[in-house]
Unconditional design. Structure first.
Length: 89
């Protein structure tokens, strides 16, 4: 029984520490192009306020699901593409 408890605790510890590798992602803005052709900024304005990089990174790792230059959503009724622009240095 003790081994089972220890194995369970070890599995939980591993599960809670596992996550996406936190690679350094250069700050950039995200833009959606809607079906009507409108271009809309989405996400935090990290280029205007570098102090919010941590919040922006949270957005990037947890919300950003599209691949630049492709369809952001697969729903035919919502043909949106996503693009990124690097912040000027």
């Amino acid at each position: 029984m003790r081994r089972l408890i220890v194995a369970g605790i070890a599995a939980l510890a591993f599960a809670f520490t596992a996550g996406p590798a936190l690679a350094i992602v250069p700050p950039h803005n995200h833009w959606l192009t809607t079906g009507s052709g409108d271009v809309v900024h989405v996400g935090p304005y990290v280029c205007d306020n570098p102090d919010i990089y941590d919040a922006w990174l949270n957005f990037h790792l947890n919300v950003h699901v599209g691949v630049p230059g492709t369809q952001a959503f697969t729903n035919d009724g919502n043909p949106v593409s996503i693009a990124g622009t690097l912040c000027p240095e």
